[in-house]
Design a protein around this ligand. Structure first.
Ligand SMILES: Nc1ncnc2c1ncn2[C@@H]1O[C@H](COP(=O)(O)OP(=O)(O)OP(=O)(O)O)[C@@H](O)[C@H]1O
Length: 296
C-alpha cells in the first residue's frame, strides 16, 4: 500500500464503524413486494451508466470473497445490494471507492469504471477517487468536533477553499438536518441523537460534492422513526447522486431502491435487475427463496 492510499485519520475512524453488531435479515417467510414504492423501477431506460463492474474478483488472502461480479449502475438512482451475511456486499461496496486498498490482505482483479475510467488504473489517486465517491457507514461516526466542523472536515483536510458557511447550510439542508441544528452549529456532533448523527455523516459525505454515495447499512443501528427519515432522505438524494446501499432489510430495499443486486453465499452475484422485477418475478429460484425468507 502506498502512503497516499492510507486514509486520513478521519477516514480511518470512519473505517472503524463498519463492524456489524446487528443482523436484521428476514428469516420468516414474507411478501416484501408490498413495500415496492412508486419510485421503485423508475430509472429511465436511457439513464447513463455511472459505475460499471466487469468481472470483479476479490480475495482476502486465499479466501475468494467475490467471484466475477459484473453490473452497470445507472446515474441518479438507488441500487440496493442484498444477500446473506458474509456474501460480499460490503466488499463490493469497498471496491467502488478502493477502500479495500486499506486492507493489507485484500486483492482485487477485474475492471471497475467510474464514468468510463477504470478506478484501478495506476494513474488514479484513491484519495481523489474517494472525493467523488462518498461513503456512509452502518454506525453513525461523527468526529468529536462541532456540527459545523464535521461538515467541513473533508473540504479542510483536502485543502479545498470554499464558502464554508454556505457549504454547511447547503449540506445540512440536503441531509434534512438544517432545521434541527441551525441554532447549535458549534455544539458537538456527538450530542445529537443517533438518527441526527447519521444525517450529519451524510451531510459530511455530500459536502465535498461527490457523484456517488455508498451507504453500508446506514439505518441498521437506528430506531424505526430515524430509519424512516434516512429512507426518505436516500430517495431524495438519488435526485442528485448515484446511491449504492447495502441492506439486510428486504422491505427497505423494496421501498427505496430502483435496482437490486442479490448476492448469495460464495460471493456470487445471482441476479441484478429492476427492483420490481427482483421482488415480483425473479429469474432465479434461489433469489425467490432468499427474498421470501425461505432461507437466510
Ligand atoms: N478485512 C477482511 N479480512 C479478511 N476477510 C474479510 C475481511 N472483510 C471481509 N472478509 C470476508 O469476506 C467475506 C465477505 O465479507 P463482507 O463483509 O463483504 O460480506 P457482507 O455480505 O457485507 O456481510 P455482512 O452482511 O455480514 O456485513 C466474508 O467471508 C468475510 O469474512
Amino acid at each position: 500500500m502506498s502512503q497516499r492510499d492510507k486514509a486520513p485519520e478521519g477516514e480511518q475512524q470512519a473505517m472503524n464503524g463498519t463492524e456489524d453488531p446487528t443482523n436484521d435479515e428476514m428469516l420468516v417467510e414474507t411478501d416484501v413486494s408490498d413495500g415496492l414504492s412508486a419510485s421503485a423501477n423508475s430509472v429511465a431506460d436511457n439513464a447513463e451508466t455511472v459505475i460499471s463492474s466487469e468481472d470483479i474478483n476479490v480475495w482476502y488472502g486465499d479466501d475468494h470473497a467475490l467471484t466475477d461480479i459484473s453490473m452497470d449502475i445507472p446515474e441518479n438512482s438507488v441500487t440496493a445490494m442484498v444477500g446473506p451475511s458474509g456474501c460480499g456486499k460490503s466488499t463490493f461496496l469497498r471496491c467502488i471507492n478502493r477502500m479495500n486498498d486499506l486492507i493489507d490482505v485484500a486483492r482485487v482483479e477485474g475492471r471497475l469504471t467510474l464514468r468510463g475510467k477504470n478506478v484501478y488504473d495506476d494513474d488514479v489517486d484513491p484519495v481523489a477517487l474517494r472525493r467523488r465517491v462518498g461513503m456512509v457507514f452502518q454506525k453513525p461516526n461523527p468526529f468529536p468536533k462541532s456540527i459545523y466542523e464535521n461538515v467541513v472536515y473533508g473540504l479542510k483536510i483536502q485543502g479545498i477553499d470554499a464558502d464554508y458557511d454556505e457549504v454547511v447550510e447547503e449540506s445540512l439542508k440536503r441531509a434534512a438536518l438544517w432545521d434541527e441544528v441551525k441554532d447549535r452549529l458549534h455544539e458537538s456532533g456527538l450530542d445529537l441523537s443517533g438518527g441526527q448523527q447519521q444525517r450529519l455523516c451524510i451531510a459530511r459525505a455530500i459536502a465535498t460534492d461527490p457523484e456517488v454515495l455508498l451507504m453500508d447499512e446506514p439505518a441498521s443501528a437506528l430506531d424505526p422513526v430515524a430509519t424512516s427519515q434516512i429512507e426518505d432522505l436516500v430517495e431524495e438524494l438519488a435526485e442528485d447522486y448515484t446511491v449504492v446501499i447495502v441492506t439486510h432489510n428486504m422491505q427497505q430495499a423494496a421501498r427505496i431502491s430502483d435496482k437490486t443486486a442479490v448476492f448469495l453465499t460464495g460471493g456470487e452475484l445471482v441476479e441484478f435487475d429492476d427492483t420490481q422485477k427482483i421482488f415480483e418475478n425473479p429469474e432465479s429460484q434461489r433469489v425467490e427463496d432468499y427474498i421470501t425468507g425461505k432461507f437466510g
